[in-house]
Ligand binder design. Structure first.
Ligand code: ATP
Ligand code: MG
Length: 336
């Protein structure tokens, strides 16, 4: 049975009004996250992943503005909430981890100070209780000797350890939804795998939902239940992870799979997607991907594709989806 949805975004548009024109960073994104599930949000640099996350949290920086759409969280539209209500949502309901562990921790305070501050900000506990909770959190993220490590300063910790602390801090308010924006990008491959494994097990243990943002399909492969693929601020395809990997229907999803560094190990060289991500002030007409698409026809430059459900739970925004036959670069999955 399908679990209940916790987050539903409909037709979200977030634009940046710059001197050069309106940057359409998020331009009609629709997605959902169900209770207890991990959604992988994937796309190239500049596709609007972070701006989508910032929009959910209500912290889009100026000159950015949400100009249209709905963000329903536990059946309430977050876009109708006041700033003080949103502060409560950010502290208690939806938590986030940003890309760079180094910048997410303050270098002049010990881990103890940083964690107890967040805990005391949202929970009515004494300093001593907060410290106990902080040590408990370090234990949860599998930091050895938490009673000692808690007195360290960020520079005394490795990148992987810092990212574990960032995870601990994000979990301190026991959120229902965690937004993890490229949480492992700056870490080396083994540490990356450890952090992903940790997040996966914590999500299960704490019964959270998660949006895992990455440009690398390889990162979401073992962690996400479903994947939403973004291109130039819009959704190309959404389906469960296996379907995205083995039966993709959108040419851009196929192109992304061909370009996955971690999946390309067996190939001689890494394929790159030809062309670059479009100008978001004046994006290509019709399907924004058409100038780079190997399957494009004249009509693709004219007609804007809508996200349609082509089989239960599998959504594709390509007007030629039913005509073209796409084979996954990973081959067909035969174990079904
Ligand atoms: N403050 C800003 N002013 C103007 N444009 C912005 C601003 N912040 C983001 N953008 C634009 O919005 C678009 C989407 O940016 P976003 O950061 O969401 O991309 P992303 O998918 O997270 O990329 P990356 O993988 O590099 O993190 C980009 O074209 C970016 O230049
Ligand atoms: Mg980003």
């Amino acid at each position: 049975m399908k679990s209940k949805q916790i987050l539903k975004i409909e037709n979200l548009r977030t634009y940046f009004d710059t001197w050069a024109g309106k940057v359409k960073a998020v331009d009609g994104v629709s997605l959902e996250v169900r209770e207890g599930e991990t959604l992988g949000l994937v796309g190239e640099s500049g596709s609007g992943k972070s701006v989508t996350a910032l929009s959910i949290l209500g912290i889009v920086p100026r000159p950015g503005k949400i100009i249209d759409g709905k963000i329903e969280y536990k059946e309430e539209n977050l876009l109708e909430k006041t700033e003080s209500d949103m502060q409560k949502v950010r502290g208690k309901e939806i938590s986030y981890i940003f890309q760079d562990p180094a910048t997410s921790l303050n270098p002049v305070f010990s881990i103890a100070e940083q964690l107890t501050e967040v805990i005391r900000c949202h929970q009515n506990v004494t300093k001593k209780e907060a410290l106990e909770k902080a040590i408990e959190l370090l234990r949860l993220v599998e930091i050895p000797d938490p009673e000692i490590k808690i007195w360290n300063f960020p520079h005394q910790l490795s990148g992987g350890m810092k990212q574990r602390i960032a995870v601990a801090r994000a979990l301190s308010c026991q959120p229902s939804l965690l937004l993890a924006d490229e949480p492992t990008t700056n870490l080396d491959v083994t540490i990356q795998a450890q952090i992903l494994q940790l997040m996966k097990s914590l999500k299960r243990k704490l019964r959270m939902s998660m949006i895992l943002i990455t440009h690398d399909m390889g990162v979401v492969a073992g962690v996400a239940d479903r994947i939403t693929v973004l291109y130039a601020g819009a959704v190309c395809e959404t389906a469960n992870t296996k379907t995205v990997f083995y039966k993709p229907k959108h040419p851009y999803t196929k192109a992304l799979l061909t370009a996955v560094p971690s999946l390309a190990l067996r190939r001689e060289k890494l394929a790159v997607i030809p062309g670059t991500i479009p100008n978001l002030i004046e994006p290509p007409t019709g399907c924004k991907f058409h100038p780079r698409c190997e399957y494009a026809k004249a009509i693709c430059a004219k007609k804007t594709p809508r996200l349609e459900e082509i089989e239960p739970g599998h959504y594709v925004a390509c007007i030629r989806a039913s005509e073209i036959k796409i084979e996954s670069p990973l081959g067909a999955k035969t174990d079904e």
